[in-house]
Write a protein that binds this ligand. Structure first.
Ligand SMILES: [Zn+2]
Length: 282
Protein backbone atom coordinates (compact mmCIF):
# COMPACT_ATOMS: atom_id res chain seq x y z
CA UNK A 1 0.00 0.00 0.00
CA UNK A 2 2.68 2.52 0.99
CA UNK A 3 6.00 2.40 -0.84
CA UNK A 4 9.04 2.79 1.44
CA UNK A 5 12.68 3.61 0.82
CA UNK A 6 14.61 0.42 1.48
CA UNK A 7 17.07 0.46 4.39
CA UNK A 8 20.69 1.16 3.44
CA UNK A 9 22.53 -0.55 6.32
CA UNK A 10 25.37 -2.99 5.73
CA UNK A 11 24.62 -6.57 6.80
CA UNK A 12 28.20 -7.11 8.05
CA UNK A 13 28.04 -4.14 10.44
CA UNK A 14 24.65 -5.28 11.75
CA UNK A 15 25.98 -8.79 12.46
CA UNK A 16 29.09 -7.44 14.17
CA UNK A 17 27.08 -5.05 16.35
CA UNK A 18 24.60 -7.79 17.30
CA UNK A 19 27.25 -10.33 18.37
CA UNK A 20 29.55 -7.75 19.99
CA UNK A 21 28.65 -8.58 23.62
CA UNK A 22 27.93 -12.30 23.14
CA UNK A 23 30.03 -14.86 24.97
CA UNK A 24 33.12 -16.04 23.06
CA UNK A 25 34.40 -19.61 22.81
CA UNK A 26 34.17 -22.83 20.82
CA UNK A 27 30.67 -24.19 20.34
CA UNK A 28 28.93 -20.94 21.33
CA UNK A 29 26.23 -19.29 19.21
CA UNK A 30 28.74 -16.48 18.62
CA UNK A 31 31.26 -18.92 17.14
CA UNK A 32 28.62 -20.43 14.84
CA UNK A 33 27.36 -17.00 13.72
CA UNK A 34 30.94 -15.84 13.08
CA UNK A 35 31.64 -18.96 11.01
CA UNK A 36 28.49 -18.28 8.96
CA UNK A 37 29.05 -14.52 8.70
CA UNK A 38 30.15 -14.48 5.04
CA UNK A 39 27.22 -16.61 3.94
CA UNK A 40 24.75 -14.43 5.85
CA UNK A 41 26.17 -11.36 4.07
CA UNK A 42 25.97 -13.13 0.71
CA UNK A 43 22.36 -14.15 1.41
CA UNK A 44 21.45 -10.58 2.25
CA UNK A 45 22.91 -9.28 -1.05
CA UNK A 46 21.18 -12.08 -2.93
CA UNK A 47 17.86 -11.22 -1.26
CA UNK A 48 18.17 -7.64 -2.50
CA UNK A 49 18.98 -8.73 -6.06
CA UNK A 50 16.18 -11.32 -6.22
CA UNK A 51 13.64 -8.92 -4.73
CA UNK A 52 14.53 -6.27 -7.32
CA UNK A 53 13.85 -8.89 -10.03
CA UNK A 54 10.61 -10.05 -8.42
CA UNK A 55 12.13 -13.46 -7.76
CA UNK A 56 12.05 -13.69 -3.95
CA UNK A 57 9.91 -16.80 -4.37
CA UNK A 58 12.98 -18.71 -5.57
CA UNK A 59 14.52 -18.56 -2.07
CA UNK A 60 13.95 -21.95 -0.47
CA UNK A 61 12.77 -22.43 3.10
CA UNK A 62 15.44 -23.22 5.68
CA UNK A 63 18.77 -23.34 3.85
CA UNK A 64 20.57 -24.44 6.99
CA UNK A 65 22.46 -27.41 5.58
CA UNK A 66 25.18 -25.15 4.15
CA UNK A 67 25.87 -23.18 7.36
CA UNK A 68 27.01 -23.80 10.93
CA UNK A 69 24.53 -21.39 12.47
CA UNK A 70 21.25 -22.93 13.69
CA UNK A 71 17.67 -21.73 13.41
CA UNK A 72 17.63 -21.07 17.16
CA UNK A 73 20.86 -19.03 16.92
CA UNK A 74 19.30 -16.79 14.29
CA UNK A 75 15.95 -16.36 16.03
CA UNK A 76 17.72 -15.61 19.33
CA UNK A 77 19.98 -13.17 17.51
CA UNK A 78 16.92 -11.28 16.30
CA UNK A 79 14.97 -11.41 19.57
CA UNK A 80 17.79 -10.87 22.05
CA UNK A 81 20.32 -8.74 20.17
CA UNK A 82 18.48 -6.95 17.37
CA UNK A 83 15.01 -6.24 18.74
CA UNK A 84 15.74 -5.99 22.47
CA UNK A 85 15.90 -2.52 24.03
CA UNK A 86 19.38 -1.49 25.11
CA UNK A 87 21.27 -3.87 22.82
CA UNK A 88 23.50 -2.52 20.03
CA UNK A 89 21.40 -4.07 17.29
CA UNK A 90 18.35 -2.14 18.48
CA UNK A 91 19.54 1.02 16.70
CA UNK A 92 18.83 -0.74 13.36
CA UNK A 93 15.45 -1.97 14.57
CA UNK A 94 14.48 1.60 15.47
CA UNK A 95 15.83 3.07 12.23
CA UNK A 96 13.88 0.56 10.14
CA UNK A 97 10.72 1.31 12.14
CA UNK A 98 11.18 4.99 11.36
CA UNK A 99 11.21 4.38 7.57
CA UNK A 100 7.39 4.52 7.53
CA UNK A 101 6.23 8.13 6.95
CA UNK A 102 4.00 9.39 9.80
CA UNK A 103 4.36 5.94 11.41
CA UNK A 104 1.71 4.55 9.04
CA UNK A 105 1.87 0.81 8.55
CA UNK A 106 2.80 0.22 4.87
CA UNK A 107 0.72 -2.99 4.69
CA UNK A 108 -2.66 -1.50 5.65
CA UNK A 109 -1.91 2.22 5.23
CA UNK A 110 -4.05 2.92 8.27
CA UNK A 111 -2.78 1.80 11.70
CA UNK A 112 0.42 2.91 13.40
CA UNK A 113 3.72 1.05 13.17
CA UNK A 114 4.45 -0.87 16.38
CA UNK A 115 6.85 -3.59 15.33
CA UNK A 116 8.94 -5.06 12.51
CA UNK A 117 7.56 -7.80 10.31
CA UNK A 118 9.74 -10.44 8.64
CA UNK A 119 8.57 -10.44 5.02
CA UNK A 120 10.01 -13.95 4.68
CA UNK A 121 9.06 -15.32 8.11
CA UNK A 122 12.02 -16.05 10.37
CA UNK A 123 10.63 -19.42 11.45
CA UNK A 124 10.91 -20.67 7.86
CA UNK A 125 13.74 -18.44 6.60
CA UNK A 126 16.00 -18.04 9.65
CA UNK A 127 19.04 -16.92 7.63
CA UNK A 128 17.13 -13.70 6.86
CA UNK A 129 16.19 -13.01 10.49
CA UNK A 130 18.32 -9.84 10.63
CA UNK A 131 18.49 -9.02 6.90
CA UNK A 132 17.43 -5.37 6.77
CA UNK A 133 15.59 -5.73 3.42
CA UNK A 134 13.47 -8.47 4.97
CA UNK A 135 12.37 -6.34 7.92
CA UNK A 136 9.32 -4.16 7.35
CA UNK A 137 7.80 -1.60 9.72
CA UNK A 138 4.34 -2.91 10.55
CA UNK A 139 1.35 -2.43 12.83
CA UNK A 140 0.68 -5.24 15.30
CA UNK A 141 -2.44 -6.45 13.52
CA UNK A 142 -0.81 -6.77 10.09
CA UNK A 143 2.12 -8.52 11.72
CA UNK A 144 -0.29 -11.08 13.24
CA UNK A 145 -2.50 -11.42 10.15
CA UNK A 146 0.48 -12.28 7.99
CA UNK A 147 1.72 -14.85 10.49
CA UNK A 148 4.18 -17.37 9.12
CA UNK A 149 2.78 -17.59 5.63
CA UNK A 150 5.27 -18.11 2.88
CA UNK A 151 4.31 -17.80 -0.74
CA UNK A 152 3.99 -20.83 -2.99
CA UNK A 153 3.52 -18.70 -6.12
CA UNK A 154 4.35 -15.18 -7.19
CA UNK A 155 0.67 -14.24 -7.23
CA UNK A 156 0.40 -15.09 -3.52
CA UNK A 157 3.16 -12.67 -2.53
CA UNK A 158 1.86 -9.74 -0.58
CA UNK A 159 3.08 -6.27 -1.54
CA UNK A 160 6.72 -5.74 -0.54
CA UNK A 161 6.96 -2.09 0.54
CA UNK A 162 10.65 -1.76 -0.42
CA UNK A 163 10.47 -3.34 -3.88
CA UNK A 164 6.94 -3.25 -5.30
CA UNK A 165 5.22 -0.27 -6.83
CA UNK A 166 1.52 -0.50 -6.11
CA UNK A 167 1.36 3.18 -5.25
CA UNK A 168 1.26 4.81 -8.69
CA UNK A 169 -2.13 3.67 -9.99
CA UNK A 170 -5.55 3.61 -8.37
CA UNK A 171 -6.74 0.10 -7.52
CA UNK A 172 -8.53 0.40 -4.18
CA UNK A 173 -12.20 0.94 -4.92
CA UNK A 174 -15.45 0.88 -2.97
CA UNK A 175 -19.14 0.69 -3.65
CA UNK A 176 -22.04 2.13 -1.74
CA UNK A 177 -24.29 -0.46 -0.12
CA UNK A 178 -27.86 0.75 -0.39
CA UNK A 179 -29.74 1.07 2.88
CA UNK A 180 -29.89 2.92 6.13
CA UNK A 181 -27.31 3.38 7.48
CA UNK A 182 -25.30 3.68 4.27
CA UNK A 183 -22.28 1.34 4.31
CA UNK A 184 -19.42 0.56 1.94
CA UNK A 185 -17.74 -2.51 0.50
CA UNK A 186 -14.13 -2.18 -0.57
CA UNK A 187 -12.50 -4.20 -3.35
CA UNK A 188 -9.54 -4.28 -5.74
CA UNK A 189 -10.06 -3.08 -9.31
CA UNK A 190 -7.45 -3.99 -11.92
CA UNK A 191 -5.83 -0.90 -13.47
CA UNK A 192 -5.34 -1.09 -17.27
CA UNK A 193 -1.55 -1.21 -17.08
CA UNK A 194 -1.41 -4.20 -14.68
CA UNK A 195 -0.96 -7.82 -15.69
CA UNK A 196 -2.96 -10.62 -14.06
CA UNK A 197 -0.24 -11.53 -11.57
CA UNK A 198 0.00 -8.00 -10.22
CA UNK A 199 -3.78 -7.88 -9.90
CA UNK A 200 -3.89 -11.23 -8.06
CA UNK A 201 -1.13 -10.06 -5.72
CA UNK A 202 -3.11 -6.93 -4.81
CA UNK A 203 -6.23 -9.10 -4.24
CA UNK A 204 -4.27 -11.45 -2.02
CA UNK A 205 -2.74 -8.59 -0.05
CA UNK A 206 -6.22 -7.12 0.39
CA UNK A 207 -7.51 -10.48 1.67
CA UNK A 208 -4.59 -11.41 3.96
CA UNK A 209 -4.74 -8.08 5.78
CA UNK A 210 -8.55 -8.03 5.76
CA UNK A 211 -8.58 -4.49 4.45
CA UNK A 212 -12.31 -4.44 3.70
CA UNK A 213 -13.07 -5.16 7.37
CA UNK A 214 -10.54 -2.54 8.44
CA UNK A 215 -11.75 0.28 6.17
CA UNK A 216 -15.53 -0.22 6.40
CA UNK A 217 -16.10 1.28 9.86
CA UNK A 218 -13.86 4.27 9.15
CA UNK A 219 -15.74 4.90 5.91
CA UNK A 220 -19.14 4.68 7.60
CA UNK A 221 -18.07 7.17 10.27
CA UNK A 222 -16.62 9.58 7.73
CA UNK A 223 -19.78 9.31 5.65
CA UNK A 224 -21.89 10.40 8.62
CA UNK A 225 -19.52 13.32 9.20
CA UNK A 226 -19.65 14.56 5.60
CA UNK A 227 -23.35 13.92 4.92
CA UNK A 228 -24.46 17.15 6.61
CA UNK A 229 -22.04 19.19 4.55
CA UNK A 230 -23.12 17.49 1.32
CA UNK A 231 -26.76 18.27 2.11
CA UNK A 232 -25.95 21.91 2.81
CA UNK A 233 -24.03 22.24 -0.45
CA UNK A 234 -26.88 20.52 -2.27
CA UNK A 235 -29.44 23.03 -0.94
CA UNK A 236 -27.30 25.99 -1.98
CA UNK A 237 -25.76 24.81 -5.26
CA UNK A 238 -27.48 21.61 -6.36
CA UNK A 239 -26.09 18.16 -7.12
CA UNK A 240 -23.30 19.39 -9.34
CA UNK A 241 -21.88 21.50 -6.49
CA UNK A 242 -22.08 18.55 -4.09
CA UNK A 243 -20.33 16.31 -6.61
CA UNK A 244 -17.67 18.95 -7.16
CA UNK A 245 -17.04 18.98 -3.40
CA UNK A 246 -16.42 15.21 -3.48
CA UNK A 247 -14.13 15.52 -6.50
CA UNK A 248 -12.08 18.16 -4.68
CA UNK A 249 -11.87 15.90 -1.61
CA UNK A 250 -10.47 13.12 -3.82
CA UNK A 251 -7.87 15.47 -5.33
CA UNK A 252 -6.82 16.53 -1.83
CA UNK A 253 -6.43 12.92 -0.63
CA UNK A 254 -4.43 11.98 -3.75
CA UNK A 255 -1.92 14.77 -3.14
CA UNK A 256 -0.63 12.72 -0.21
CA UNK A 257 -0.97 9.21 -1.68
CA UNK A 258 -3.26 7.04 -3.78
CA UNK A 259 -5.47 4.19 -2.59
CA UNK A 260 -6.73 5.49 0.71
CA UNK A 261 -10.14 4.36 1.96
CA UNK A 262 -11.23 8.03 2.00
CA UNK A 263 -10.53 8.46 -1.70
CA UNK A 264 -12.30 5.17 -2.52
CA UNK A 265 -15.29 6.13 -0.39
CA UNK A 266 -15.72 9.59 -1.99
CA UNK A 267 -15.41 8.03 -5.42
CA UNK A 268 -18.01 5.38 -4.56
CA UNK A 269 -20.45 8.13 -3.56
CA UNK A 270 -19.80 9.98 -6.81
CA UNK A 271 -20.47 6.86 -8.85
CA UNK A 272 -23.61 5.73 -7.00
CA UNK A 273 -26.83 6.48 -8.93
CA UNK A 274 -28.87 5.33 -5.97
CA UNK A 275 -27.15 7.82 -3.67
CA UNK A 276 -27.92 10.81 -5.88
CA UNK A 277 -31.31 9.78 -7.29
CA UNK A 278 -32.92 8.27 -4.21
CA UNK A 279 -30.99 8.84 -1.00
CA UNK A 280 -30.06 12.47 -1.60
CA UNK A 281 -32.82 13.80 -3.82
CA UNK A 282 -32.66 17.51 -4.55
ZN1 LIG B 1 -1.01 -2.56 9.23
Amino acid sequence: MIKLEKPDFQQDIIIDDCIDNMRKGNGTPRARITASRDILIEKSDEYDKLAELGELGTIKESELSEVEVTKKDMIDLYNKKFARQGERGRQYYDKIKSLAPNERCPFCGQRLVKTLDHYLPKAKFPLYAITPYNLIPSCSDCNKDKLTDSFAQREEEIIHPYYDDFASSVWLKAEVVKGEPVTFEFYVEKPEDWDDIKYKRACNHFKVFRLNDLYKPYACERFCECLGRLKRILVKGGQEAAKEHLRESIVEKRKNRLNTWEEAMYDALLESDWFWKEYLKE
